[in-house]
Design a protein around this ligand. Structure first.
Ligand SMILES: Nc1ncnc2c1ncn2[C@@H]1O[C@H](COP(=O)(O)OP(=O)(O)OP(=O)(O)O)[C@@H](O)[C@H]1O
Ligand SMILES: Nc1ncnc2c1ncn2[C@@H]1O[C@H](COP(=O)(O)OP(=O)(O)OP(=O)(O)O)[C@@H](O)[C@H]1O
Ligand SMILES: [Mg+2]
Ligand SMILES: [Mg+2]
Lengths: 226, 226
């Protein structure tokens, strides 16, 4: 599904160069449930942003479904992100003026071929699955940290894309709620063959991962498959 | 140091009432190292915001150093927050245009009796203690999630206030970095008698806490002292 070759990312900060990724080679197959782990600042979010086509690498190539991302036009990239990718951001990135329901519904609005009644069913089902049925009409400012995080999760899952990138999805959740959310993801992975790549510090997520990739200082230090 | 009597907080959401705290009685003594735990949405942030004088309860009284918070004037409240309280926000709340160094320094700038050279020393020391010496000149947008969180921690600690309220301070940190940050807090607690109240889902923080208060659905369900 995904192939990364020689990926480097160097942030330019005035005169200073900050190397966030120093050469990453990685292959991800369809249906994987993989976790990227590593210390704070090791490059996990940078890696997920590159795979999620939200940023471009300084060096190296990325292939999504055998298509080289760099060679895609802006329109093709937008279509790829809309239909094939779901992103759960570390900072949630919810739209403050929309309710939880509207934030999740918006992700489906961009699909022009789904009927209204089907959209409503899918949005309600996913909000219920992450435990937010009673908070559908709260805006982000009227939700707790972990509730906002779950809206961000619901918004990515409702699209049922090929690949979901989850950046620290359980950081603000207690262990029971984390398990409920992970169970929803495992079910999607098993029933729809949805590929999941997590960035996480949460040992609970490691237990669910079939494969653990350890990043240290911008490089892959270790890989383990369970 | 702190006394809460019959505290209730009901959020008004249009016509709907959302009870976040349903009657909390709590006494916190000087020098405590206490954790508030509970599921996502149970009322932890709401409780910390009330203790931190960032919000007012719907019902009940709060006493800080035997002074009733509600009876204080706006100026007295601001002075109390400036000199006696440090707050580590769940969403960090850093100032985007300022560097890590400037965000931390700003907290000390409000103290008019500290010399320039002393301010510089304290800011540098605390950034080093949380592992961010090399990132002092990055703005929040140029920092990872966990690095931003540590700036927010440094900003509260540098003030050396009587009470520090830490809302999920390790949510985006790996376990090694979490331990380093907790060690800094334990040292402040032992050397300066700084009182710490945490809100957390992180089992690692529970191990450091002398007292654990469990919130469920807006009420104290259990209290344990180790
Ligand atoms: N401004 C608001 N308007 C309406 N409801 C609110 C508002 N702020 C918070 N709430 C609700 O109050 C409840 C408690 O929220 P709070 O943020 O205190 O929870 P929490 O324990 O900190 O959760 P988390 O662990 O997810 O951060 C939640 O159910 C939330 O939806
Ligand atoms: N825009 C930027 N400019 C300069 N440096 C940056 C920028 N964005 C990130 N960095 C740096 O790149 C490194 C990697 O950041 P990244 O966000 O990928 O880490 P991370 O592994 O996700 O960390 P965390 O677990 O704390 O979220 C960090 O040291 C960070 O300071
Ligand atoms: Mg990150
Ligand atoms: Mg909270």
């Amino acid at each position: 599904l995904l192939e990364l070759k020689g990926i480097k990312k160097i942030y330019q900060q005035g005169q200073v160069e900050v190397p966030a990724l120093r050469g990453i080679d990685l292959t991800i197959h369809r249906g994987e449930f993989t976790s990227v782990v590593g210390p704070s600042g090791s490059g996990k979010t940078t890696l997920l942003n590159l795979i999620g086509c939200l940023d471009t690498p300084t060096e190296g190539k990325i292939f999504f479904d055998n298509r080289e991302i760099e060679k895609l036009s802006k329109e093709e990239l937008a279509l790829l992100r809309r239909y094939n990718l779901g992103f759960i951001f570390q900072e949630y990135n919810l739209i403050p003026v929309l309710s939880a329901y509207e934030n999740v519904e918006l992700a489906l609005r961009l699909f022009d071929d789904i009927k209204e009644i089907e959209v409503e069913k899918r949005v309600k089902n996913i909000l219920e699955a992450v435990g937010l049925a009673d908070f559908a009409h709260h805006t982000p400012g009227e939700l707790s940290g972990g509730q906002q995080q779950r809206v961000s999760i619901a918004r990515a899952l409702v699209k049922e894309p090929k690949l979901i990138l989850a950046d620290e999805p359980t950081a603000n959740l207690d262990s029971k709620t984390s398990e409920e959310v992970l169970e929803v993801m495992v079910e999607m992975n098993q029933q729809l063959d949805t590929t999941f790549i997590f960035s996480t510090h949460d040992p609970l997520v490691w237990d669910y991962a079939q494969r653990i990739i350890t990043l240290k200082d911008g490089q892959i230090a270790e890989e383990k498959s369970s």
